[in-house]
Design a protein around this ligand. Structure first.
Ligand code: CAP
Ligand code: MG
Length: 453
Protein backbone atom coordinates (compact mmCIF):
# COMPACT_ATOMS: atom_id res chain seq x y z
CA UNK A 1 0.00 0.00 0.00
CA UNK A 2 2.64 2.46 1.04
CA UNK A 3 4.93 1.68 -1.90
CA UNK A 4 1.99 2.28 -4.19
CA UNK A 5 1.10 5.51 -2.40
CA UNK A 6 4.68 6.75 -2.67
CA UNK A 7 4.73 5.98 -6.41
CA UNK A 8 1.46 7.80 -6.99
CA UNK A 9 2.68 10.75 -4.93
CA UNK A 10 5.94 10.97 -6.95
CA UNK A 11 3.93 10.89 -10.16
CA UNK A 12 1.92 13.86 -8.89
CA UNK A 13 -1.31 11.88 -8.90
CA UNK A 14 -1.71 11.65 -5.14
CA UNK A 15 -2.45 14.97 -3.47
CA UNK A 16 -3.58 16.01 0.00
CA UNK A 17 -7.18 15.57 -1.05
CA UNK A 18 -6.64 11.89 -1.83
CA UNK A 19 -4.41 11.37 1.19
CA UNK A 20 -7.46 11.52 3.45
CA UNK A 21 -7.52 15.21 4.36
CA UNK A 22 -10.54 16.06 2.17
CA UNK A 23 -13.65 14.33 3.51
CA UNK A 24 -16.62 16.19 2.00
CA UNK A 25 -19.24 13.98 3.67
CA UNK A 26 -17.66 14.30 7.12
CA UNK A 27 -20.04 15.34 9.91
CA UNK A 28 -18.00 16.84 12.77
CA UNK A 29 -18.38 15.11 16.11
CA UNK A 30 -19.37 17.03 19.26
CA UNK A 31 -15.87 16.38 20.55
CA UNK A 32 -14.10 17.78 17.45
CA UNK A 33 -12.44 21.17 17.34
CA UNK A 34 -13.65 23.01 14.24
CA UNK A 35 -11.59 25.73 12.59
CA UNK A 36 -12.70 28.14 9.91
CA UNK A 37 -9.73 29.19 7.79
CA UNK A 38 -9.80 31.93 5.16
CA UNK A 39 -7.34 30.79 2.52
CA UNK A 40 -5.99 32.45 -0.63
CA UNK A 41 -4.54 29.67 -2.83
CA UNK A 42 -1.70 30.52 -5.22
CA UNK A 43 -2.80 31.02 -8.82
CA UNK A 44 -3.65 27.64 -10.34
CA UNK A 45 -3.98 25.81 -7.00
CA UNK A 46 -7.33 24.10 -6.62
CA UNK A 47 -9.11 25.54 -3.53
CA UNK A 48 -10.19 22.11 -2.33
CA UNK A 49 -6.61 20.85 -2.56
CA UNK A 50 -5.51 23.96 -0.65
CA UNK A 51 -8.11 23.31 2.08
CA UNK A 52 -7.00 19.68 2.31
CA UNK A 53 -3.38 20.84 2.53
CA UNK A 54 -4.28 23.09 5.48
CA UNK A 55 -5.88 20.12 7.23
CA UNK A 56 -2.84 17.98 6.40
CA UNK A 57 -0.12 20.40 7.40
CA UNK A 58 -1.87 21.38 10.64
CA UNK A 59 -2.20 17.75 11.72
CA UNK A 60 -0.20 14.78 10.49
CA UNK A 61 1.06 15.41 6.96
CA UNK A 62 4.36 16.44 5.47
CA UNK A 63 5.32 17.01 1.83
CA UNK A 64 5.52 13.32 0.94
CA UNK A 65 4.09 9.98 1.95
CA UNK A 66 6.10 8.49 4.81
CA UNK A 67 6.64 4.82 5.63
CA UNK A 68 5.68 5.36 9.26
CA UNK A 69 2.13 6.41 8.33
CA UNK A 70 1.17 2.76 8.41
CA UNK A 71 2.42 2.42 11.98
CA UNK A 72 -0.29 4.78 13.28
CA UNK A 73 -4.08 4.75 13.30
CA UNK A 74 -3.75 7.57 10.79
CA UNK A 75 -7.51 7.83 10.13
CA UNK A 76 -8.05 9.32 13.60
CA UNK A 77 -5.05 11.61 13.58
CA UNK A 78 -5.72 13.28 10.23
CA UNK A 79 -7.58 16.56 10.40
CA UNK A 80 -10.43 16.60 7.91
CA UNK A 81 -11.32 19.47 5.62
CA UNK A 82 -15.02 18.97 4.92
CA UNK A 83 -16.19 22.16 3.23
CA UNK A 84 -14.62 24.82 0.97
CA UNK A 85 -16.59 27.83 -0.27
CA UNK A 86 -15.67 31.13 -1.95
CA UNK A 87 -15.68 34.12 0.40
CA UNK A 88 -18.50 36.40 -0.82
CA UNK A 89 -17.16 39.62 -2.35
CA UNK A 90 -13.47 38.63 -1.96
CA UNK A 91 -12.27 37.09 -5.24
CA UNK A 92 -9.52 34.52 -4.78
CA UNK A 93 -10.34 33.88 -1.09
CA UNK A 94 -12.06 30.73 0.21
CA UNK A 95 -13.41 29.59 3.54
CA UNK A 96 -12.23 26.11 4.50
CA UNK A 97 -13.78 24.24 7.43
CA UNK A 98 -11.44 21.76 9.13
CA UNK A 99 -12.27 19.34 11.95
CA UNK A 100 -9.70 18.01 14.45
CA UNK A 101 -10.26 14.97 16.65
CA UNK A 102 -9.95 15.66 20.39
CA UNK A 103 -7.08 13.18 20.72
CA UNK A 104 -4.85 15.56 18.75
CA UNK A 105 -4.47 18.06 21.61
CA UNK A 106 -2.99 17.73 25.07
CA UNK A 107 -5.50 18.62 27.73
CA UNK A 108 -5.22 22.09 29.26
CA UNK A 109 -2.53 23.36 26.86
CA UNK A 110 -3.13 26.30 24.53
CA UNK A 111 0.54 25.98 23.55
CA UNK A 112 -0.09 22.50 22.19
CA UNK A 113 -3.31 23.40 20.40
CA UNK A 114 -1.71 26.42 18.71
CA UNK A 115 1.41 24.49 17.67
CA UNK A 116 -0.89 22.42 15.44
CA UNK A 117 -3.48 24.95 14.32
CA UNK A 118 -1.15 27.84 13.55
CA UNK A 119 2.14 25.94 13.52
CA UNK A 120 3.61 25.67 10.02
CA UNK A 121 0.64 26.03 7.81
CA UNK A 122 0.66 29.82 7.49
CA UNK A 123 3.93 29.81 5.53
CA UNK A 124 2.94 26.93 3.31
CA UNK A 125 3.89 27.70 -0.33
CA UNK A 126 0.65 26.70 -2.13
CA UNK A 127 -1.11 29.43 -0.15
CA UNK A 128 -0.64 33.14 -0.75
CA UNK A 129 -2.25 33.83 2.59
CA UNK A 130 -4.20 32.14 5.38
CA UNK A 131 -6.19 33.41 8.31
CA UNK A 132 -7.75 31.53 11.19
CA UNK A 133 -11.11 33.30 11.38
CA UNK A 134 -12.88 31.39 14.10
CA UNK A 135 -12.79 28.23 16.16
CA UNK A 136 -15.35 26.01 17.90
CA UNK A 137 -13.74 24.40 20.91
CA UNK A 138 -15.61 21.29 22.08
CA UNK A 139 -17.02 21.13 25.60
CA UNK A 140 -14.86 18.12 26.35
CA UNK A 141 -11.73 20.18 25.69
CA UNK A 142 -13.06 23.34 27.39
CA UNK A 143 -13.43 21.25 30.54
CA UNK A 144 -9.67 20.62 30.63
CA UNK A 145 -9.06 24.34 31.39
CA UNK A 146 -9.80 26.26 34.57
CA UNK A 147 -10.30 29.62 32.84
CA UNK A 148 -10.26 33.04 34.53
CA UNK A 149 -8.86 32.89 38.06
CA UNK A 150 -11.38 35.39 39.49
CA UNK A 151 -13.90 36.31 36.78
CA UNK A 152 -15.95 39.47 36.42
CA UNK A 153 -18.68 38.61 38.94
CA UNK A 154 -16.28 37.95 41.82
CA UNK A 155 -14.22 40.98 40.77
CA UNK A 156 -17.28 43.23 41.14
CA UNK A 157 -18.07 41.68 44.51
CA UNK A 158 -14.55 42.32 45.74
CA UNK A 159 -14.62 45.89 44.47
CA UNK A 160 -18.21 46.42 45.65
CA UNK A 161 -18.96 48.25 42.40
CA UNK A 162 -22.05 47.38 40.36
CA UNK A 163 -24.35 48.71 37.65
CA UNK A 164 -21.81 50.72 35.66
CA UNK A 165 -18.61 50.22 33.68
CA UNK A 166 -15.39 50.44 35.67
CA UNK A 167 -13.12 53.37 34.95
CA UNK A 168 -9.39 53.23 34.47
CA UNK A 169 -6.42 55.07 33.02
CA UNK A 170 -3.02 54.10 31.71
CA UNK A 171 -0.21 56.09 33.26
CA UNK A 172 1.48 58.37 30.74
CA UNK A 173 4.01 59.11 29.43
CA UNK A 174 4.61 55.44 28.78
CA UNK A 175 8.28 55.66 29.73
CA UNK A 176 10.59 57.95 31.63
CA UNK A 177 8.81 58.93 34.88
CA UNK A 178 10.59 58.39 38.19
CA UNK A 179 8.79 56.14 40.67
CA UNK A 180 7.77 59.00 42.95
CA UNK A 181 6.22 61.02 40.12
CA UNK A 182 4.61 57.86 38.80
CA UNK A 183 2.99 57.20 42.18
CA UNK A 184 1.65 60.73 42.19
CA UNK A 185 -0.15 60.11 38.89
CA UNK A 186 -1.74 56.97 40.38
CA UNK A 187 -3.00 58.88 43.41
CA UNK A 188 -4.40 61.78 41.39
CA UNK A 189 -6.28 59.60 38.91
CA UNK A 190 -7.81 57.40 41.60
CA UNK A 191 -8.63 60.32 43.89
CA UNK A 192 -10.39 62.02 40.98
CA UNK A 193 -12.82 59.11 40.68
CA UNK A 194 -11.24 56.30 38.68
CA UNK A 195 -11.45 52.73 39.92
CA UNK A 196 -8.16 51.60 38.43
CA UNK A 197 -4.90 52.99 37.19
CA UNK A 198 -2.62 50.91 35.04
CA UNK A 199 0.96 50.35 33.97
CA UNK A 200 1.54 50.60 30.26
CA UNK A 201 2.52 47.62 28.13
CA UNK A 202 6.18 48.56 27.88
CA UNK A 203 6.94 49.56 31.45
CA UNK A 204 8.90 46.78 33.15
CA UNK A 205 12.16 47.61 34.97
CA UNK A 206 14.12 50.12 32.92
CA UNK A 207 17.01 52.22 34.20
CA UNK A 208 14.82 55.25 34.96
CA UNK A 209 12.51 53.24 37.27
CA UNK A 210 13.22 49.90 38.92
CA UNK A 211 10.15 47.68 39.23
CA UNK A 212 10.30 47.52 43.04
CA UNK A 213 10.29 51.30 43.29
CA UNK A 214 7.36 51.49 40.92
CA UNK A 215 5.35 48.94 42.91
CA UNK A 216 6.09 50.71 46.21
CA UNK A 217 5.03 54.16 45.02
CA UNK A 218 2.04 52.85 43.07
CA UNK A 219 0.68 51.03 46.12
CA UNK A 220 1.30 54.08 48.24
CA UNK A 221 -0.87 56.06 45.79
CA UNK A 222 -3.55 53.33 45.74
CA UNK A 223 -3.74 53.16 49.56
CA UNK A 224 -3.92 56.93 50.00
CA UNK A 225 -6.61 57.27 47.32
CA UNK A 226 -8.65 54.42 48.85
CA UNK A 227 -8.43 56.07 52.25
CA UNK A 228 -9.40 59.45 50.81
CA UNK A 229 -12.40 58.18 48.84
CA UNK A 230 -13.59 55.19 50.86
CA UNK A 231 -13.63 53.07 47.69
CA UNK A 232 -11.71 49.93 46.78
CA UNK A 233 -9.09 51.04 44.24
CA UNK A 234 -6.33 49.29 42.37
CA UNK A 235 -3.56 49.68 39.85
CA UNK A 236 -2.51 46.99 37.40
CA UNK A 237 1.12 46.24 38.22
CA UNK A 238 2.79 44.97 35.06
CA UNK A 239 4.83 41.91 36.08
CA UNK A 240 6.07 41.20 32.55
CA UNK A 241 9.79 40.34 32.67
CA UNK A 242 12.46 38.36 30.84
CA UNK A 243 12.01 35.09 32.71
CA UNK A 244 9.21 33.22 34.43
CA UNK A 245 11.18 33.37 37.68
CA UNK A 246 11.28 37.18 37.52
CA UNK A 247 7.56 37.29 36.70
CA UNK A 248 6.72 35.24 39.81
CA UNK A 249 9.04 37.36 41.94
CA UNK A 250 7.27 40.54 40.83
CA UNK A 251 3.81 39.02 41.30
CA UNK A 252 4.73 37.87 44.84
CA UNK A 253 5.97 41.36 45.69
CA UNK A 254 2.77 42.96 44.33
CA UNK A 255 0.72 40.64 46.53
CA UNK A 256 2.86 41.32 49.57
CA UNK A 257 2.13 45.04 49.15
CA UNK A 258 -1.60 44.41 49.17
CA UNK A 259 -2.30 44.76 45.45
CA UNK A 260 -5.47 43.00 44.28
CA UNK A 261 -4.33 42.75 40.68
CA UNK A 262 -1.31 42.07 38.44
CA UNK A 263 -0.91 42.57 34.71
CA UNK A 264 0.86 40.65 31.95
CA UNK A 265 1.43 41.34 28.24
CA UNK A 266 0.22 38.93 25.55
CA UNK A 267 3.74 38.77 24.07
CA UNK A 268 4.95 36.59 26.98
CA UNK A 269 3.28 33.55 25.39
CA UNK A 270 0.73 30.92 26.35
CA UNK A 271 2.47 28.80 29.01
CA UNK A 272 3.48 31.96 30.84
CA UNK A 273 -0.08 33.35 30.75
CA UNK A 274 -1.50 30.02 31.94
CA UNK A 275 1.07 29.76 34.73
CA UNK A 276 0.41 33.27 35.98
CA UNK A 277 -3.35 32.60 35.80
CA UNK A 278 -2.80 29.56 38.01
CA UNK A 279 -0.72 31.65 40.42
CA UNK A 280 -3.52 34.25 40.57
CA UNK A 281 -6.08 31.53 41.28
CA UNK A 282 -4.03 30.25 44.22
CA UNK A 283 -3.46 33.76 45.53
CA UNK A 284 -6.91 35.34 44.99
CA UNK A 285 -5.53 37.91 42.58
CA UNK A 286 -7.08 39.38 39.42
CA UNK A 287 -5.10 38.95 36.18
CA UNK A 288 -5.17 41.82 33.67
CA UNK A 289 -4.10 40.91 30.13
CA UNK A 290 -2.76 43.64 27.85
CA UNK A 291 -2.83 42.38 24.26
CA UNK A 292 0.47 44.03 23.29
CA UNK A 293 1.63 42.64 19.94
CA UNK A 294 -1.68 41.23 18.72
CA UNK A 295 -1.92 43.65 15.77
CA UNK A 296 1.07 41.98 14.09
CA UNK A 297 -1.14 38.99 13.29
CA UNK A 298 -4.76 40.03 13.88
CA UNK A 299 -5.08 43.13 11.73
CA UNK A 300 -4.77 41.95 8.13
CA UNK A 301 -8.08 40.63 6.83
CA UNK A 302 -6.62 37.83 4.71
CA UNK A 303 -3.64 36.63 6.78
CA UNK A 304 -3.04 35.87 10.43
CA UNK A 305 -5.33 34.96 13.32
CA UNK A 306 -8.47 36.91 14.15
CA UNK A 307 -8.68 38.41 17.62
CA UNK A 308 -11.89 36.46 18.32
CA UNK A 309 -9.80 33.27 18.23
CA UNK A 310 -7.13 34.80 20.48
CA UNK A 311 -9.93 35.92 22.86
CA UNK A 312 -11.30 32.37 23.05
CA UNK A 313 -7.84 30.97 23.81
CA UNK A 314 -7.26 33.68 26.42
CA UNK A 315 -10.51 32.89 28.22
CA UNK A 316 -9.50 29.23 28.40
CA UNK A 317 -5.92 30.08 29.37
CA UNK A 318 -7.24 32.03 32.35
CA UNK A 319 -7.19 35.83 32.37
CA UNK A 320 -9.69 38.08 34.18
CA UNK A 321 -9.34 41.21 32.04
CA UNK A 322 -8.64 41.37 28.34
CA UNK A 323 -8.13 44.34 26.02
CA UNK A 324 -10.76 43.97 23.31
CA UNK A 325 -10.85 47.30 21.45
CA UNK A 326 -13.08 50.37 21.35
CA UNK A 327 -14.34 50.81 17.76
CA UNK A 328 -14.46 54.58 18.41
CA UNK A 329 -10.92 55.35 19.56
CA UNK A 330 -7.52 55.71 17.92
CA UNK A 331 -7.01 52.04 17.09
CA UNK A 332 -8.40 49.91 14.26
CA UNK A 333 -11.70 47.98 14.74
CA UNK A 334 -15.33 48.27 13.59
CA UNK A 335 -18.24 48.22 16.07
CA UNK A 336 -19.84 44.88 15.16
CA UNK A 337 -16.59 42.92 14.99
CA UNK A 338 -15.44 44.41 18.30
CA UNK A 339 -18.78 43.54 19.93
CA UNK A 340 -18.14 39.94 18.84
CA UNK A 341 -14.93 39.93 20.93
CA UNK A 342 -16.90 41.27 23.92
CA UNK A 343 -19.40 38.44 23.51
CA UNK A 344 -16.59 35.89 23.62
CA UNK A 345 -15.46 37.41 26.95
CA UNK A 346 -18.84 37.71 28.65
CA UNK A 347 -21.25 35.11 27.24
CA UNK A 348 -22.21 31.98 29.12
CA UNK A 349 -22.90 30.49 25.66
CA UNK A 350 -21.76 32.38 22.57
CA UNK A 351 -24.26 32.07 19.71
CA UNK A 352 -23.37 32.11 16.02
CA UNK A 353 -23.64 35.75 14.93
CA UNK A 354 -22.29 36.35 11.43
CA UNK A 355 -22.57 40.18 11.44
CA UNK A 356 -20.36 40.13 14.56
CA UNK A 357 -17.94 37.64 12.98
CA UNK A 358 -18.98 34.71 15.18
CA UNK A 359 -19.20 31.63 12.94
CA UNK A 360 -19.84 28.96 15.59
CA UNK A 361 -21.84 28.39 18.75
CA UNK A 362 -19.49 28.09 21.71
CA UNK A 363 -20.52 26.49 24.98
CA UNK A 364 -18.33 27.87 27.79
CA UNK A 365 -19.57 25.31 30.37
CA UNK A 366 -19.88 27.99 33.02
CA UNK A 367 -16.23 28.97 32.68
CA UNK A 368 -15.90 32.32 34.46
CA UNK A 369 -16.45 35.50 32.46
CA UNK A 370 -13.68 37.87 31.43
CA UNK A 371 -13.99 41.64 31.95
CA UNK A 372 -13.29 43.26 28.57
CA UNK A 373 -11.20 46.43 28.49
CA UNK A 374 -11.81 49.31 26.05
CA UNK A 375 -8.72 51.43 25.57
CA UNK A 376 -6.95 53.49 22.95
CA UNK A 377 -7.63 57.16 22.29
CA UNK A 378 -10.99 57.35 24.08
CA UNK A 379 -12.25 60.23 26.25
CA UNK A 380 -15.27 61.44 28.23
CA UNK A 381 -16.88 62.99 25.14
CA UNK A 382 -17.50 59.47 23.77
CA UNK A 383 -19.15 58.15 26.93
CA UNK A 384 -22.57 57.70 25.30
CA UNK A 385 -21.09 55.72 22.41
CA UNK A 386 -19.01 53.51 24.69
CA UNK A 387 -21.90 52.74 27.04
CA UNK A 388 -24.19 52.04 24.10
CA UNK A 389 -21.68 49.73 22.39
CA UNK A 390 -20.41 47.78 25.39
CA UNK A 391 -22.90 48.01 28.28
CA UNK A 392 -21.85 47.84 31.93
CA UNK A 393 -19.40 44.96 32.08
CA UNK A 394 -16.31 46.66 30.70
CA UNK A 395 -13.37 48.70 31.96
CA UNK A 396 -13.20 52.03 30.11
CA UNK A 397 -9.62 53.19 30.11
CA UNK A 398 -8.77 56.79 29.33
CA UNK A 399 -4.99 57.32 29.41
CA UNK A 400 -4.48 60.54 27.47
CA UNK A 401 -8.17 61.14 28.22
CA UNK A 402 -7.34 61.53 31.94
CA UNK A 403 -3.72 62.59 32.14
CA UNK A 404 -4.15 65.04 29.25
CA UNK A 405 -6.99 66.95 30.96
CA UNK A 406 -6.40 70.72 30.74
CA UNK A 407 -6.74 71.19 34.51
CA UNK A 408 -4.67 68.18 35.57
CA UNK A 409 -4.91 64.49 36.32
CA UNK A 410 -7.38 64.64 39.21
CA UNK A 411 -9.67 66.85 37.14
CA UNK A 412 -9.43 64.24 34.38
CA UNK A 413 -10.59 61.56 36.81
CA UNK A 414 -13.50 63.74 37.97
CA UNK A 415 -14.59 64.52 34.40
CA UNK A 416 -14.65 60.84 33.45
CA UNK A 417 -16.52 59.73 36.57
CA UNK A 418 -19.15 62.45 36.27
CA UNK A 419 -19.63 61.81 32.55
CA UNK A 420 -20.04 58.09 33.21
CA UNK A 421 -22.49 58.47 36.09
CA UNK A 422 -24.57 61.03 34.19
CA UNK A 423 -24.77 58.71 31.19
CA UNK A 424 -25.64 55.61 33.23
CA UNK A 425 -28.38 57.56 35.03
CA UNK A 426 -29.81 58.79 31.71
CA UNK A 427 -29.75 55.29 30.26
CA UNK A 428 -31.43 53.85 33.35
CA UNK A 429 -34.16 56.47 32.99
CA UNK A 430 -34.79 55.18 29.48
CA UNK A 431 -33.22 58.07 27.55
CA UNK A 432 -31.91 57.52 24.03
CA UNK A 433 -28.25 58.02 24.94
CA UNK A 434 -26.97 57.73 21.39
CA UNK A 435 -28.97 60.68 20.10
CA UNK A 436 -29.18 62.65 23.34
CA UNK A 437 -25.65 61.76 24.55
CA UNK A 438 -23.94 65.08 23.75
CA UNK A 439 -26.81 66.99 25.37
CA UNK A 440 -26.66 64.78 28.49
CA UNK A 441 -22.93 65.52 28.76
CA UNK A 442 -23.46 69.26 28.29
CA UNK A 443 -26.10 69.27 31.04
CA UNK A 444 -23.84 67.37 33.44
CA UNK A 445 -21.02 69.80 32.62
CA UNK A 446 -23.11 72.73 33.86
CA UNK A 447 -22.42 71.48 37.39
CA UNK A 448 -18.95 70.05 36.80
CA UNK A 449 -16.14 72.36 35.71
CA UNK A 450 -13.65 69.55 34.95
CA UNK A 451 -16.18 67.94 32.59
CA UNK A 452 -16.94 71.30 30.98
CA UNK A 453 -13.22 71.90 30.48
C1 CAP B 1 -3.84 53.62 25.42
C2 CAP B 1 -2.69 52.65 25.47
C3 CAP B 1 -3.12 51.17 25.34
C4 CAP B 1 -3.77 50.79 24.02
C5 CAP B 1 -3.96 49.29 23.91
C6 CAP B 1 -1.60 52.95 24.44
O1 CAP B 1 -3.47 54.92 25.74
O2 CAP B 1 -2.06 52.75 26.74
O3 CAP B 1 -1.97 50.41 25.49
O4 CAP B 1 -5.00 51.39 23.93
O5 CAP B 1 -4.77 48.99 22.82
O6 CAP B 1 -0.45 52.68 24.76
O7 CAP B 1 -1.92 53.33 23.31
P1 CAP B 1 -4.53 56.12 25.57
P2 CAP B 1 -5.85 47.83 22.88
O8 CAP B 1 -5.68 55.84 26.47
O9 CAP B 1 -3.78 57.35 25.99
O10 CAP B 1 -4.90 56.17 24.13
O11 CAP B 1 -6.72 48.10 24.10
O12 CAP B 1 -6.59 47.91 21.61
O13 CAP B 1 -5.10 46.57 23.04
MG1 MG C 1 -0.46 51.36 26.23
Amino acid sequence: QIVDAKKRYSAGVLKYRQMGYWVPDYVPKDTDTICLFRITPQDGVDPVEAGAAVAGESSTATWTVVWTDRLTACENYRAKCYKVEPVPGRPGEYFAWVAYDIILFEEGSIANMTASLIGNVFSFKPLKAARLEDIRIPVAYVKTFKGPPTGLIVERERLDKFGRPLLGATTKPKLGLSARNYGRVIYEGLKGGLDFMKDDENINSQPFMHWRDRFLYVMDGVNKASAATGEVKGSYLNVTAGTMEAIYERAEFAKSLGSVIVMIDLIVGWPCIQSLGEWCRRNDMILHLHRAGHGTYTRQKSHGVSFRVIAKWLRLAGVDHMHTGTAVGKLEGDPLTVQGYYNVCRDAYTRTDLPRGIYFDQDWCDLKKVMPVASGGIHAGQMHQLLHLFGDDVVLQFGGGTIGHPAGIQAGGVANRVALEAMVKARNEGKDIINEGPEILRNAARFCTPLKQ
